[in-house]
Design a binder for this molecule. Structure first.
Ligand code: NAP
Length: 285
């Protein structure tokens, strides 16, 4: 059986929705909480999964700057405990990580072996989680993904749709590049891996939507599709990161090269434009 953590989150919900005939159970807070390690042990001991997909994480990038201990508990210590259990019980682990482990200065899509260099607490805590999982000796795949969105939850696509309901003018950052990833596409990739990966190999893989854009480009794609549903299209002014100060510094260019996943497992995520259109359709249906 497959146990998915992070119950209320975007990726965990998408996994639950896409499970098909697989035996899959989604657990979330308060029953499964990295801040209460006894809940982690007891859920695992009762469920006895053959595969754990860890989609639970402290994902509030700006808030993490003020709460580094909480970020480390969820993003380093929690995955370490999961990996230790998996190692001891022969279970496989698919652990989700982030493009924010990189500093964004490469100027080309990152491959898995590129040097990391997180620019904030969130990225540093996720990198520490990767290292803990790799050091555990558990049979593990680490999937770094990026710019995740879905038709529900907290994400940029829905933030843009909500903003367009309130205003006809927006300013959106146009000098950060990345790969938007639909939670549903990542879930489909993870389920394909749950079938294709037998645990005899492991390591780090990049798993993001195909293609890349800026936050501004993503906003424009959202509004173009929303216009087809009759939503008034706001005027979107491209701005620089410096004009939109945030507590956490973000990588300027965290595009991920996902060819290793395609080569080793024949898994590729769809073009981001197609998935944004599908998500906007679902959000406005
Ligand atoms: N969102 C993105 O743009 C993005 C980008 C790159 C990588 N990722 C990675 O992708 C994975 C899935 O992200 P997502 O977008 O699905 O995130 P999400 O929607 O924020 O969901 C995260 C889930 O983790 C749970 N959680 C938080 N702290 C926890 C703790 N201490 N113990 C147990 N559960 C806890 C949350 O519970 P509550 O609902 O109770 O808070 C929530 O259900 C994460 O590993 C994330 O780092 C996300």
């Amino acid at each position: 059986m497959i146990l998915v953590t992070g119950g209320g989150g975007q990726v965990a919900r998408a996994l639950g929705a896409a499970a098909g005939g697989r035996e899959l159970r989604v657990v979330g807070r308060p029953a499964f909480d990295f801040d209460r390690p006894e809940t982690v042990r007891s859920v695992l001991d009762v469920a006895r999964p053959a595969l754990v997909v860890n989609a639970a994480a402290y994902t509030a990038v700006d808030q993490a700057e003020r709460e580094p201990e909480a970020a480390l508990r969820a993003n380093r210590d929690g995955p370490a405990a999961l990996a230790a259990w998996c190692g001891a019980h022969g279970a496989r682990l698919i652990h989700i990580s982030t493009d924010y482990v990189f500093d964004g200065t490469k100027g080309a899509p990152y491959v898995e072996d590129d040097a990391t260099g997180p620019t904030g607490v969130y990225g540093a805590s996720k990198l520490a989680g990767e290292q803990a999982v790799l050091a555990s000796g558990a049979r593990a795949l680490i999937l770094r993904t990026s710019w995740v969105y879905a038709e529900s939850g907290r994400n940029f696509v829905l933030t843009m749709l909500n903003a367009a309901r309130r205003t006809d003018r927006l300013r959106v950052v146009a000098d950060q590049r990345g790969c938007p990833t639909a939670a549903a596409d990542l879930a489909a990739a993870i389920l394909a891996l749950s079938d294709a990966w037998d645990g005899s190999t492991g390591g780090v893989y990049h798993a993001a939507g195909s293609g890349a854009t800026t936050w501004h480009g993503l906003a424009e794609a959202v509004f173009a599709r929303a216009a087809a549903h009759g939503m008034a299209r706001p005027e979107v002014t491209p701005i620089a990161t410096a004009d939109w100060p945030t507590p956490a510094r973000r990588p300027a260019d965290s595009r991920l090269d996902c060819r290793r996943l395609a080569q080793d497992f024949a898994v590729t995520l769809p073009p981001w434009q197609d998935s944004v259109a599908r998500t906007v359709d679902a959000a406005l249906a």
